[in-house]
Each structure stands twice: as structure tokens, then as C-alpha cells.
Ligand binder design. Structure first.
Ligand SMILES: [Zn+2]
Length: 212
């Protein structure tokens, strides 16, 4: 079953059609042959269907609207105006250059201005952008910009630490390397003590292993 995502609807309008499931599976059989194996042998017969289903999970972010996730907010917060930080959010993405995993953690903080959002929503925004073809820099900026645009808080901070399989399993073959990206907006950008407080909150923790 092919589900139309918002991106599909957009593509349909400009005349681009999403390939069918059968076309996707045929493409995977081509890649198996390209790798040097026989897609008809027993162990590989169901692989194209499994890969297509895995792609639905890896890239389900295209079917989600990150702004929509943040629209339900709470305003009865008894004047709470301190930093809210969700740290060590498991992050699984795929690099758009090699289509291999990027695995790590994201830390998201914001300074609310009269309204807050359920904390699970912050993790869902991370996923909505992570479950797409990405580069870590863009992913970091998209998460921060969306929270900033929708919640209009006094500031947003996003830090991502992740390992890239395109670096550990191919190319330079360097393992245990974490790439760290950050995007600071509003008070986190303008006020050094706010930024320091956030960085202290995310570094004062059990050590996190970034596995690739
Ligand atoms: Zn890559």
C-alpha cells in the first residue's frame, strides 16, 4: 500500500510521481545484482520487500508535518519562565550523500514565553526531520528553526552529537568519531550566560556512547 505524503501531494502538483512499491522493489533487485549477488536465490527473495518496508520506517519523516506536532501548547504554566531542556534524545537518521545511518543524540532546549509544549513533542520534531535524507547541519537548523517559528519562545538551542556510518564503514574508516553541531537562537545566541547554562545542563550527564 502506498500512502501519499505531503511531499507526494506537492510532487503530484508539479507532475512528479512517487514510484510504486513494485518499482521500488525492482530497484532494490537491481542494486543486489549491482552488488554482485543473485536476487532470485532463496535467501534474497523476500529482501526487496523487506528493504521497501525498512525504507518506510527510515524515511517516515516525509509523511509528518513538524510544525503541526508543535501546535498544541499549554499556557497554564504558573509563570514558569526557566529553561526547558530535553537531553539525550536518541537520533537515527540517514546521510543524504551515501544513504547510510547517522546515529547519535540530540539535545533540545528553549526558554518559553508564556506557553510550553508537551516534552514528547520535542522528540517527535527531532524524529520528523531525522527520518529523512539529511546532513547533520541542516537537521540541526531545521529542528531549531521550527521550534522557534511555531512556539516563538525567547530562545532555542539544539545540539546534535552523532556518528556517521559513511565515515566509519567506508571512506576514511574512522570509528568512534562524533560530529557535533549546534544552533542557538534568541537568548541562547545573544546571552552568553544562558548559553553556558544550557551547555552545562547537557554536559553534566552520564557519558553517552555514540555508536556507529
Ligand atoms: Zn555520507
Amino acid at each position: 500500500m502506498d500512502i501519499e505524503t505531503p511531499k507526494d501531494a506537492l510532487n503530484r502538483e508539479v507532475g512528479l510521481k512517487r514510484p510504486s512499491r513494485a518499482e521500488a522493489e525492482a530497484a532494490i533487485r537491481t542494486l543486489i545484482r549491482w552488488a554482485g549477488d543473485d536476487p532470485a536465490r532463496e535467501g534474497l527473495q523476500d529482501t526487496p520487500a523487506r528493504v521497501a518496508r525498512a525504507y518506510e520506517e527510515f524515511f517516515r519523516g516525509y509523511a509528518e508535518d513538524p510544525e503541526d506536532i508543535l501546535t498544541r501548547t499549554f499556557e497554564e504554566i504558573e509563570g514558569y519562565d526557566e529553561m526547558i531542556v530535553l537531553r539525550d534524545i536518541r537520533l537515527e537518521s540517514h546521510c543524504e550523500h551515501h544513504m547510510v545511518p547517522i546515529v547519535g543524540v540530540a539535545h533540545v532546549g528553549y526558554l518559553p514565553d508564556k506557553r510550553v509544549v508537551g516534552i514528547s513533542k520535542l522528540a517527535r520534531v527531532v524524529d520528523a526531520y531525522a527520518k529523512r535524507l539529511q546532513i547533520q547541519e541542516k537537521l540541526t537548523a531545521q529542528i531549531a528553526n521550527t521550534i522557534n517559528d511555531v512556539l516563538q519562545p525567547r530562545g532555542v538551542a539544539v545540539v546534535i552529537e552523532a556518528g556517521h556510518e559513511c565515515m566509519s564503514t567506508r571512506g576514511v574508516h574512522k570509528t568512534g568519531v562524533a560530529m557535533v553541531t549546534s544552533r542557538m537562537l534568541g537568548a541562547f545566541r545573544d546571552n552568553p550566560s544562558t548559553r553556558r547554562e544550557f551547555l552545562a545542563m547537557i554536559s553534566n550527564r552520564r557519558s553517552v556512547t555514540v555508536e556507529t
